[in-house]
Design a protein around this ligand. Structure first.
Ligand code: PBG
Length: 325
């Protein structure tokens, strides 16, 4: 009458559970997204991302050094320029804020962790779209590729080990790969935001970088529709054909099916972006005492590893690196 198979036997103690754990979450699996603002004298807290700030050049250097000390796998930089224009020139100017910050950070930490740069125009355009616009206001895919190529070169020259195109223009990975190779940067790697969905979860990020999409618009004409699963394979196939070294699924928790599909389909490193809204939801509920924020963060990031992510972009990177090593 009593059960002979007893899975609970292996759950009796911490050491037993640790011995048979199928996946793990370590600091090296985490990449910290960081914001750096041009011309700022003091770091400015980002209200919707508690614990995060728009960094000054100095505070950014210190933060990255601390993350390296905690064993975090990498950082990815986002810029907040002092001025914006229709063509997003801050994204590819050698003196643009991210390029300047990349040089600072590389000088500070060298190869202690992987220094990445997000590659897009939206933080730098006055209309807030990820590409340049045609006169009728539509995002011009092919004209945008030229600017992405320039941004890739500026970031590579500034010392980025990895550039990460996030604009979801068709052909962006190929354009960037060509631009890099032609200029002798064949060792600069590309992490493609391949399966990036038009999501309601990017709100806090847009506050963090001060992006407002012109006319109350959205990104549904270039980011993926969340009703689609098969389409993610198509996006990833194209990015790999064009030379992507690593591919990403974004957001994370609502796309575990996509992550699992892709894990089985590709042999390149796969990453998940646990985005700003995912972080803020946990923080907000924890602040009210409704959940244990630390436990939920570990559970969610652990679930991403279980679903197949090799590494994870997460605003929790610095905070939890200390408690999971
Ligand atoms: C575009 C970009 C976005 C994010 C990363 N890169 C915003 C967007 O697509 O609107 C969002 C990340 C997050 O919400 O954490 N440059």
């Amino acid at each position: 009458m009593f059960p002979t198979e007893r899975p609970r036997r292996l759950r009796r103690s911490g050491p037993l559970r640790r011995l048979v754990a199928e996946t793990d979450l370590l600091p090296r699996h985490l990449v910290a997204p960081l914001f750096v603002a041009e011309g700022r004298e003091h770091p400015r807290p980002i209200e919707s991302l508690p614990g995060h700030v728009q960094h000054t050049r100095d505070s950014l250097r210190r933060e990255v050094a601390e993350l390296a000390r905690r064993g975090v796998g990498g950082v990815i930089l986002f810029g907040v320029p002092a001025t914006k224009d229709p063509l997003g020139s801050g994204a590819y100017d050698d003196e643009g804020i991210v390029q300047v910050a990349l040089r600072d950070v590389v000088a500070e930490v060298g190869d202690d962790l992987v220094v990445m740069a997000d590659l897009c125009l939206d933080e730098y355009t006055d209309h807030g779209h990820c590409g340049v616009l045609r006169p009728d206001g539509v995002v011009d895919n092919d004209a945008t590729l030229e600017y992405y190529g320039r941004a890739a070169l500026a970031q590579a020259r500034a010392g980025a080990a990895v550039v990460a195109p996030s604009g979801m223009m068709d052909g962006q990975v190929g354009a960037i790969r060509h631009a890099l190779d032609d200029a002798g940067f064949s060792d600069t790697a590309i992490l493609a935001y391949s399966a990036k969905y038009a999501s309601g979860l990017y709100g806090p990020f847009r506050e963090a970088v001060g992006v407002e999409i012109a006319g109350g618009g959205n990104r549904s004409t270039y980011q993926q529709d969340w009703r689609n699963r098969r389409e993610a394979h198509r996006e990833v196939r194209l990015d790999l054909d064009e030379g992507a070294d690593m591919v990403m699924v974004k957001p994370a928790m609502t796309y575990l099916d996509i992550l699992r599909d892709l894990r089985e389909a590709v042999d390149v490193p796969l990453c998940a972006y646990h985005v700003s809204g995912e972080y803020s939801m946990i923080k907000a509920a924890a602040e009210r005492g409704w959940i244990d924020g630390d436990a939920v963060a570990r559970e969610q990031l652990g679930a991403l590893r279980r679903a197949g992510a090799d590494f994870i972009l997460t605003y929790f990177a610095g905070e939890i690196a200390g408690s999971i090593s």
